[in-house]
Design a protein around this ligand. Structure first.
Ligand code: ARG
Length: 484
């Protein structure tokens, strides 16, 4: 273990390492790029400053800094924040910012720049703190903000799906199981099926943010801070919901990162399922869905092509979201207790998950929000066999046990196939011959079951595809979305 960093000499304005005093000579040149993480963790700069301000107040409260020193450090951090804000803006928030510096990581950079802003007093800031509790705190702060961002993008997608459902409320489509036509459903029902999945994703992301909301700062490198800092005050300042109960756990715990990455992967799986439906439905063979031009692309060779790229790309991006789950679990598996440098690698997967979600969710919301279902194509696709279950239910209402009626309809379907006609076009006599209960009433009452809309509307149980049930679902969906 190379750089247990909490006991080293204070950094100086000229050096850009926080731990060099016990070593002779510098790092081997090929070790430097492996060791450095600034190109990845520069994104924590704001959180690092925020956490450092809270820490300056905490050690002032513990008597480590006098009030003048605390003020100088905090004023320096504030100036640094403004300075870095401008730099990040300059470099469009990209890694270009990090490329300007050769410091080991964001914590080293901030501390070194603080010397430039505040002078030698900066050397007191790291008292009682370690990068181990510092990075854990920074990343949790970052994760909480990222969860809000992802939530906003999920809300936008949910709204788009809800809007699509609301404007297609009356259209009927084939409902598929095994990708074979099963029963008629409302298009709104299909759209809301996706809506609920993304709504659950919101809960999972929020739960990960709750897990992140435990304050590690004050844990030091592993054993806890020896100065009497008021961790409760830090917690309040930084808006965490609770203090970590164990300093060893606090510097090791990345459970919330795994939870966040998993929640993101499930968003990816849901996006991929929605995408798959969109790809299928916008094919010529289905022709149900028309994506607007802004989300489709052409082919460089085939002039007729109109490809559903937004959906394909979303489906593709879900692969890396899933990959990040294995990445974080493999990283955490088998680590000894306490901080280990391996943990530096936890950031890429988390950042990549958030970046990928923020890249993918908005165009998917846009595509859904501007997509149009073609009712003529939906209607043309509805096969009479979608009504076989309703026909069986007709017999059930006439007192026939369902197993018997299932058999009878199987026979009807077979005869329709033999005659090569839709089952709705078989003459009454065939129905009567297959089961006498078909002859009840006028002898052709069973034909009332031959309505796709009627079939859907018969399903008014809560959660069913009936007109009123879907209307209630739309309403409940909106309530959940508005947080009522
Ligand atoms: N860059 C490191 C990380 O991201 C910061 C913590 C380093 N701690 C240490 N003891 N070397 O994990």
């Amino acid at each position: 273990m190379s750089s247990d960093d909490d006991t080293r000499q204070p950094s100086t304005a000229s050096g850009n390492q926080l731990w060099g005093a016990r070593f002779e000579g510098g790092l081997a040149p090929e070790m430097i790029p492996l060791n450095n993480s600034l190109s990845v963790d520069f994104r924590l700069w704001r959180q690092d400053i925020q956490g450092s301000r809270a820490w300056a107040r905490a050690i002032a409260g513990a008597g480590v800094l006098d009030s003048g020193e605390a003020e100088s450090i905090i004023a320096g951090l504030n100036r640094l924040e403004t300075r870095l804000e401008a730099e990040v803006e300059d470099t469009a928030g990209s890694g270009g910012f990090a490329a300007r510096y050769s410091d080991e990581d964001i914590h080293s950079l901030i501390e070194r720049l603080l010397f430039e802003e505040a002078g030698e007093v900066a050397g007191k800031l790291h008292t009682g703190r370690s990068r181990n509790d510092q990075v854990a705190t920074d990343l949790r702060l970052w994760g909480r903000a990222a969860a809000d961002e992802v939530d906003g993008a999920l809300v936008a997608l949910c709204r788009a799906l809800h809007g699509l459902a609301a404007r297609s409320a009356e259209a009927i489509m084939p409902g598929y199981t095994h990708l074979q036509q099963g029963q008629p459903i409302r298009v709104a029902h299909w759209a809301l099926a996706h809506f609920w999945a993304f709504l659950r994703d919101r809960d999972r992301i929020a739960a990960a943010a709750q897990s992140a909301s435990i304050l590690p700062l004050g844990s030091g490198a592993i054993a806890g801070c020896p100065f009497p800092v008021d961790r409760e005050a830090i917690r309040k300042e930084l808006g965490f919901r609770a203090l970590s109960e164990n300093s060893v756990d606090a510097v090791s715990d990345r459970d919330w990162v795994a939870e966040f990455i998993f929640a993101g992967a499930l968003v990816g799986v849901h996006l991929s399922r929605l995408a798959e439906d969109m790809v299928l439905f916008s094919s010529r063979e289905f022709g149900f869905l028309r994506l607007s031009d802004g989300y489709s692309t052409g082919s460089s060779l085939m002039p007729q092509k109109r490809n559903p790229d937004v959906a394909e790309l979303a489906r593709g991006k879900s692969a890396r979201l899933i990959g990040n789950v294995s990445g974080i679990l493999a990283l955490l598996k088998g680590l000894p207790t306490g901080y280990n440098r391996d943990l530096q690698e936890e950031k890429q997967g988390l950042f990549d998950t958030v970046d990928t979600l923020m890249l993918t969710l908005p165009p998917m919301a846009g595509a859904v929000g501007t997509a149009r279902f073609r009712e003529d194509r939906l209607e043309a696709a509805l096969g009479a066999e979608l009504l076989a279950t309703d026909l069986a239910d007709f017999l059930v209402r006439a007192g026939v046990p369902f197993r018997r009626s299932h058999e009878a309809i199987g026979e009807i379907v077979r005869r329709a196939e033999e005659a090569d006609v839709p089952l709705t076009e078989l003459p009454d006599a065939v129905f009567h011959a297959v089961h006498p209960a078909f002859a009840s009433g006028t002898g052709s009452d069973f034909r009332a079951a031959f309505s796709f809309r009627g079939s859907a509307d018969a399903r008014e149980v809560p959660g069913g595809t009936g007109r009123e049930a879907v209307r209630a679902q739309l309403e409940h969906g909106l309530e959940r979305l508005e947080g009522r």
